[in-house]
Design a protein around this ligand. Structure first.
Ligand code: GRF
Length: 205
């Protein structure tokens, strides 16, 4: 099975990007991260990508574009020019335009730090903690035009402890993210899936 060429979009510290690169480098995840895009010049994800030797590492400044659609078009053109089949969002904090989602329909994947459909949105960890759930977790899902609303590929749960803060709970969730994201990408490439309505049905190999 040859590796699938992917682009990763990240705005923050890049720990998910790091584990994907590490898993790919170790031969545990059949993806070739050909392009990393960030919308933030100070994103640690950019350093992680450069250190790992990713072929194209791009900071694209949203302020250089008239609107979200124009910015997204610039990102989409770079992704297509690099020959990327999949787009992996790893802490990418901008909402994608409909045109971007439609252009790469079914080929954009995101990880969200909550058990969707509960606690979609910008701070799922704080929202889950404030709500008082006893189980939190993370979700890997396909991206469609509904925020955090696409079909679910994989989930993992973690307990919420009485003395948790947002940070301590997020750390426990991220430990699961770092296992789940590369494992799900591997499964996507090696096994593939079909959609039955909203349900992701994994193909048997
Ligand atoms: C993760 O918790 C992910 O679920 C959310 O953003 C965070 C990114 O973390 N979408 P990192 O930048 O990969 O460390």
């Amino acid at each position: 099975m040859s590796a699938q060429v992917i682009a990763v979009m990240a705005s923050g510290k890049g720990s998910n990007l790091h584990v994907i690169l590490a898993a790919a480098g170790a031969g545990h995840c059949p993806v070739d991260v050909r392009l990393v895009i960030s919308d933030r010049a100070d994103a640690k994800a950019l350093d992680i990508a450069r250190t790992a030797g990713v072929a194209q590492v791009m900071y694209i400044n949203p302020k250089d574009y008239a609107d979200r659609a124009a910015f997204d078009t610039a990102c989409a053109d770079a992704i297509e020019a690099a020959g990327c089949r999949w787009i992996v969002l790893a802490g990418y904090m901008r909402i994608l335009s409909s045109a971007f989602v439609q252009r790469f329909s079914g080929r954009i994947i995101n990880i969200h730090p909550a058990l969707l459909p509960a606690f979609a949105g910008a701070d799922g960890v704080a929202d889950a903690l404030a709500y008082g759930v006893k189980l939190a977790g993370c979700t890997v899902h396909l991206v469609d035009e509904v925020l955090d609303g696409g079909p679910i590929l994989a989930q993992a749960a973690v307990p919420v402890h009485d003395d948790d803060t947002r940070d301590s709970l997020h750390m426990r969730i991220q430990a699961e993210e770092h296992r789940l994201y590369p494992a799900t990408l591997k499964r996507m490439v090696e096994e593939g899936f079909t959609l039955a309505g909203r349900r992701v049905i994994w193909n048997r190999i």
